[in-house]
Design a protein. Structure first.
Lengths: 67, 280, 221
């Protein structure tokens, strides 16, 4: 997957997670729906964060080929 | 919701660190700092990551997502006072995840870990015995009902002591470096998760941190009752330290011994349950 | 939310589907099992199997076994059938349907194991088949005993009245264990030699979910 897609997934899922949490506190959405959304989206959020962290921005070192 | 999950995950990883520290001190070593497991997890997240060519790709990634999902579901279940039977179900699905993690890569080491995970299915039996015994006492499997029962009748730890031992055994069988952790024994490199590296390893580590927290929290909730957050955390910490002591002074059992000890424990508790059900 | 059957066993009832007198129900518990059955069925449907690493004795060499797609067609089909049977078993509201689905899970499990070409695995499949066949007797026997004592097999009518004899419950549990649970899974240690991780995993998923469901049924009726 492209870095942009992963970034998009991370941001979107993060926003949904925070909104569902706030919504449950304010009583705007029911606790059950908020919990369900959290359980489903949390893995996507955290995996995309992990992949973003691991994706290097610059090329790797040239491996040592011997003198 | 997310704030509970993240804090439970961090606390769980800290507990893992404390676990390593206590084991090291008991064995006369300085040991790593207690936030080592946290750093460890973060370190893995920054490593280069891909999916091995031989792996079953969907399963390889799917198990990581599922491991995170089931333990977040378990935590939310505990917070909302859901059914203990459902927690048992999630715990069993964790077994499938261990198995899938081992089988998905095609490596011999992880496959061995997966096979050991199947034969150590005996470690689920004490949990079932524990759930059954609790049902006999409280007449309900909802955690909220069990808590309400304890508010009226005092902690279940004393009357349902065999069930507490069973759950303790279950937690012990899932903890790292324990006598029953045959599925990640060093003769298999890292056992079932040998081939999960980089981000996958880090996230599995995070999920297992969450798992440790959830299992210890269940123990406190079900056997000691609602005692407020600071005391609950203290009880979790004490429980973890006792587990670390057990892990520090016991060698890892061979697969057959591990399975027979777990089965015998379940058998004894089953006899106690039958005794309670028939005579008491 | 209202607890299903007024019992503190499986949490809130969500909804039910009425097929005439057959009423599958989704409580928090059965819906969770259903979700996991769907997830693992989808994994079996869409993921490619792993390539096993084989070591050549007497040297450092190893190679990855190649698997042709047509070799896996049957295994994938049976794995999906097994997943579908599991879906039925975890939500059905009728003990007879439950036993039928359980027997079907047993049969498809044999199919998953038997679709391998290895001699050892086929041997294991044969033994596994015998155990699963024998286990059908207590399975249907338990259901028959419940029908004979109470006159109904609907979980809706049986729930909470405690009319089902304890022996019938034990037979039902034994039957389900024989269809795939420990300690009857002679074949399972050998099937892990077979390739196709997502399909092999289906054997375990189905038997564990079936076991979880039978525990719920035994507690409810």
């Amino acid at each position: 997957m492209k870095r942009l897609h992963i970034q998009l997934i991370a941001i979107l899922s993060g926003i949904i997670l925070i909104l569902s949490s706030i919504g449950a506190y304010l009583g705007a959405i029911s606790y059950a729906i908020s919990a369900l959304a959290t359980i489903i989206i949390f893995p996507a959020f955290i995996i995309s964060i992990g992949l973003l962290l691991s994706a290097g921005l610059k090329d790797g070192d040239i491996p040592f080929m011997g003198y | 919701m997310i704030e509970y999950l993240l804090s439970a995950m961090i606390l769980g990883l800290l507990l893992h660190g404390i676990h390593r520290k206590v084991i090291a001190r008991v064995q006369g070593r300085p040991g790593p700092p207690i936030w080592q497991e946290l750093l460890h997890t973060l370190k893995f997240l920054f490593k280069e990551t891909w999916i091995p060519k031989t792996a079953s790709q969907g399963l390889y990634v799917g198990v990581v997502a599922l491991a995170l999902a089931i333990w977040s579901a378990a935590l939310i279940l505990l917070l909302t006072g859901g059914s203990l039977l459902l927690l048992f179900a999630l715990y069993l699905i964790h077994k499938i995840i261990e198995h899938g993690t081992g089988l998905s890569s095609g490596s011999q080491y992880s496959k061995f870990g997966a096979i050991r995970s199947v034969i150590s299915a005996a470690s689920e039996l004490p949990l079932l015995a524990s759930v059954a015994l609790l049902y006999l006492f409280t007449g309900s499997l909802m955690i909220s009902d069990i808590e309400a029962y304890q508010v009226i009748n005092g902690p279940l730890l004393i009357p349902a002591f065999p069930a507490a031992i069973a759950l303790y055994m279950v937690i012990l069988s899932k903890i790292h470096y324990g006598p029953f952790s045959i599925i990640e024994a060093k003769e298999l490199v890292s056992g079932y998760w040998t081939e999960h590296f980089g981000v996958w390893r880090g996230l599995l580590n995070a999920a297992f941190g969450l798992k440790t927290f959830v299992l210890l929290y269940t123990f406190v909730m079900v056997f000691i009752g609602p005692i407020g957050l600071p005391l609950t955390l203290l009880a979790i910490l004490i429980l973890m330290i006792t587990l670390s002591f057990v892990c520090a002074v016991t060698p890892m059992l061979s697969p057959y011994d591990s399975v027979s000890i777990q089965t015998v424990t379940t058998g004894l508790i089953a006899i106690y349950i039958i005794y309670l059900g028939v005579f008491a | 939310m209202i607890r299903v059957f007024d019992q503190g066993i499986e949490g809130a009832g969500l909804f039910m589907i009425e097929f005439g007198d057959i009423v599958p129900y989704f409580s928090v518990y059965t819906a969770t099992l259903f979700t996991f059955a769907i997830i693992f069925t989808l994994l079996a449907t869409f993921s490619i199997p792993e390539k096993q690493m084989d070591i050549i004795f007497g040297g450092d060499a190893y190679y990855a076994k190649e698997i042709k797609p047509q070799d896996l067609r049957f295994q994938r089909f049976v794995a999906i059938a097994c997943g579908t049977a599991t879906l039925g078993a975890v939500v059905t509201g009728d003990i007879f349907n439950f036993t039928l689905f359980a027997a079907m899970i047993g049969i498809t499990n044999i199919g998953i194991v038997a679709s391998s070409r290895s001699h050892h695995v086929l041997n294991a499949a044969y033994q596994y088949g015998i155990v699963a066949m024998i286990a059908c007797v207590p399975l249907f026997g338990g259901a028959a005993m419940i029908l004979a004592t109470t006159g109904t097999l609907s979980i809706w009518s049986l729930a909470g009245i405690g009319a089902a004899p304890i022996l019938a419950k034990i037979l039902l549990l034994l039957g389900v264990m024989g269809e795939g649970m420990a300690p009857f899974y002679i074949g399972k240690a050998e099937i892990t030699r077979a390739q196709g991780a997502p399909f092999i995993l289906m054997v375990h998923v189905s038997s564990l979910l079936l076991f979880l469901r039978v525990v719920e049924i035994i507690l409810v009726i």
